[in-house]
Every structure is written in C-alpha cells, then in structure tokens.
Design a protein around this ligand. Structure first.
Ligand SMILES: *[C@@H]1O[C@H](CO)[C@@H](O)[C@H](O)[C@H]1NC(C)=O
Ligand SMILES: *[C@@H]1O[C@H](CO)[C@@H](O)[C@H](O)[C@H]1NC(C)=O
Ligand SMILES: *[C@@H]1O[C@H](CO)[C@@H](O)[C@H](O)[C@H]1NC(C)=O
Length: 396
C-alpha cells in the first residue's frame, strides 16, 4: 500500500514535470490571419497585429507571432512587453506603411518596447513608402523640422535578435535602437535612394552590447550612427553605400551627453559613400567623451572622406571658435585600403580645446586618382602615432 502511494506520487510528479517542460518548450503560433488580418495591401491591419501580439505576450512558453506571405497595410504597430515567455515575430510578408501624411504623425511606425528575449525575423520586408514623405523633410534648412516616422524602433529591449529582414524606403530612419542591451542584428538588407533625406540605416543611442553583422545598407544618410550612450558596439561584415558611412555622432549638440565608447568596426566595405569611418562632434560648449574605437580591415571603394574626425562640425553657425569640448581618445585605424574620391584621404581635425589622444594609424593604403593628386592627410591637434605602410604619408 505504502509503495503504491509512493509510486502514485512519483507518477504525479513526473507528469507535472513533463507538463511544465512541455509548456516551456512548446511553440505556440499566433497567426495574424486568425486576428482578422487581410493581406490586400489596403486594409489597415494595425489592430489585428497588436491583438495577436498581446495574446502571444501572455503565453508562458515560446510564442510565435506569424505574419504569413502577402502584402499588409499597417498604419502603426506598437508591440509592448513585458511578456510572459519567449517572443518571436516572424515577418514573412511585406508590411506597407501609409503614404497619407495625416496618417504618419507618429514618430515610429513599428515599435517594440520593454521586451526581454525577443526575436524578429522571417525574411519579410518593411516598406516605409517614403517617396511621398521625403518632400516634407526640410531638415536641411530648418533645425526644428518635424519628425517623420522611423520604420522600426526598439526601446528598452534586451537579449534580442533581429535577422533576415529587409527595410526599404523608410520615411526617416530605418532602424533605431534605444535603451537596449545585448541585441544582435544580422542578415539585414536596408535600402533607400542615396538622395533620400535623413534615412539613416541603423541609429544606436543609450544602448550596450549591440552587434551588427552580415548586412547591407544603402541609404541617404549614415549607414550606422552611434550617438550618446552607445557602448560596446560590434560591427562586422557590413557593406555600406550609398550613404554617409559609419559614424560616431554627431555628438556634443544637445548639452552634456553620455560617453560613446568601445566600438569595433571590422571587415567592412564602403562603396561610393560620402564618408567612410567618421567621428563628428559639434563645435559647441557641450562636454563629453568618445573613446576606444577600432576600425580594422576595411575596404574603401570610391569614398569621399574615407577616414575622418571632424570636431569643427557647424552646420548652423555661430559655433565655438576653438571647436568641440568632446574629448576623443584611443582610436585605431588598422589595415584600411582602397580609393579616396577626395585628395585629402585622411582628415583628423580635432578640437583646439580638446586635442585627440592616442590616435593610431596602422597600414593605411588610400589612393586618390583625381586631379591634383596624390592623396594627402590632414591633422590638427592630434596626438598619437603611425605604424606600418602609410599612403598618404601620415600627418601624425
Ligand atoms: C550576440 O552575439 C554575441 C557575440 O557573438 C553573443 O555573445 C551574444 O550571446 C549574442 N546575443 C544574443 C541575444 O543572441
Ligand atoms: C571578410 O569579408 C570578406 C568579403 O566581404 C569575406 O569573404 C570574409 O569571409 C570576411 N572575413 C571574416 C573573418 O569574416
Ligand atoms: C585609453 O587607453 C589607455 C591604455 O589602454 C587606457 O589606460 C585609458 O583608460 C583609455 N582612455 C579612455 C578614455 O578610455
């Protein structure tokens, strides 16, 4: 009798354990088609998408929101956590943003917030339909220009993976990462015309441990921009162009900012970009620090300013005569080669009030084939050293 009871208890426990592991490990699909989605490219699917997300977010196991193949109009999608299990959003179809200006008043089109352990993938496309919106952008002349929506934004998302997605013709930024930690982005294709205004590829602020790999970015502004509070950013195997290159900054515009540090850019190609690897700070009285950057194994294929530090950035004068108060230190450029489209292939224009510290140029081979060649390098207020091959001759 005693042994029977013990057997019963053991059995019950085992059953319970099996049940718990099953729920934890089980994948449950939340297909948007079961939430009223219509893939006709015209019906607004925002509500159905958000309802599918909300139910998935309550599921304690592995929840998978599925957007099957087809074309879906979505006026806005706000996907909030915290969620109870592991969230995956599989975008297999094409999401289209509205073109009517009254319908894109929000700052973000697709927005994930406060989610831990998120995957967004599926091979689908986010079409920002920016062509109509771009003419409303007057940011070139108007410093208070109204914001156009970002295609996909992640706020306070942790331990996430974003991969196998396309973003085309964003109205402004394609992808923004803000307040995030441990996010890996890979196999992403981003494209917008080279003359589309402010269509940054990936913008990162106040985030740590962000990886970007095996991706192609062609756009009208920075391919990748790292702003205040971006630390431990690892970028590799990215092809950038057209666009404005991979940038730190601009920094030092809006009062004192958090440090930007620990950025590695490795094994990347720049094709026909206006700038290559760039660090840009405003000639304004704001304090800040930008340090520990490594740019390594980089091919420049017709790039305007392949290597550039500009601490006298001043699109809206008047500015600080002595340049920026952002301290730049520990910057290494190693094994960077290719063709510069401007005679000054290396520009290290540091600040008169905060000279750059420990800038290293190692094995640089940048040719300029235009009139007035060969290529030259320009330095002001730079401390550091150069090693190995130097074309143009180093100015440090
Ligand atoms: C991101 O990649 C890094 C380096 O490969 C890895 O250590 C980390 O666990 C990855 N994070 C996620 C969320 O996959
Ligand atoms: C570097 O990039 C090249 C071509 O873009 C690629 O073939 C190679 O595998 C990459 N190397 C590493 C270490 O990722
Ligand atoms: C620059 O590098 C040196 C030596 O590796 C280190 O001691 C220093 O803290 C670094 N400076 C900054 C601002 O990170």
């Amino acid at each position: 009798m005693g042994s029977k009871l013990a057997f019963g208890w053991a059995c019950l426990l085992t059953c319970l354990m099996v049940l718990v592991t099953e729920v934890r490990g089980q994948v449950k699909f939340f297909n948007v088609m079961n939430y009223g989605a219509v893939a006709d490219g015209a019906t607004d699917n925002s509500e159905g998408f958000v309802r599918a997300w909300k139910e998935a977010c309550e599921w304690k196991g592995r929840a998978r929101v599925l957007i099957p193949q087809g074309t879906y109009m979505v006026s806005s999608g706000r996907f909030e956590g915290p969620c109870k299990g592991l969230m995956t959003v599989m975008i297999k179809g094409v999401l289209k943003a509205p073109t009517d200006p009254t319908k894109f008043s929000t700052e973000n089109w697709i927005n994930f917030r406060y989610v831990d352990r998120l995957t967004v993938s599926g091979g689908g496309t986010l079409d920002g339909q920016g062509q109509v919106a771009w003419r409303f952008n007057d940011c070139r002349d108007n410093p208070n220009c109204p914001a156009l929506p970002t295609t996909m934004r992640f706020d306070f998302v942790t331990n996430a993976r974003i991969h196998h997605l396309r973003s085309i013709d964003s109205k402004s930024n394609h992808l923004v990462i803000f307040g995030c930690e441990n996010v890996n982005i890979s196999s992403i294709r981003i494209s917008a015309p080279g003359d589309s205004p402010n269509t940054d590829g990936i913008k990162i602020g106040h985030s740590h441990r962000i990886g970007i790999a095996h991706s192609t970015i062609s756009t009208g502004d920075d391919c990748i921009a790292m702003l205040s509070g971006a630390t431990k950013i690892h970028i590799s195997n990215v092809v950038c162009g057209p666009g404005h290159g991979i940038s730190i900054g601009s920094l030092g515009k809006n009062g004192d900012e958090d440090d930007v540090s620990g950025v590695v850019v490795r094994n990347c190609t720049f094709q026909g970009t206006s700038d290559g690897v760039r660090i840009k700070t405003w000639a304004s009285p704001s304090l800040g620090r930008a340090s520990d950057f490594i740019y390594e194994d980089i091919f420049m294929e017709h790039v305007g300013n392949p290597i550039i530090i500009d601490q006298e950035y001043c699109p809206y004068p008047p500015c600080n005569q002595e340049g920026s108060l952002v301290q730049i230190s520990n910057v290494t450029y190693r094994n960077i080669w290719g063709i510069s489209d401007s005679k000054v292939a290396v520009t290290l224009r540091c600040s008169g009030s905060r000279s750059c510290k420990n800038v290293v140029l190692e094995d640089i081979n940048l040719a300029y084939r235009g009139p007035g060649g060969p290529a030259t390098a320009l330095c002001s207020h730079v401390n550091g050293r150069s090693l190995g091959h130097q074309t143009p001759p180093s100015c440090i």
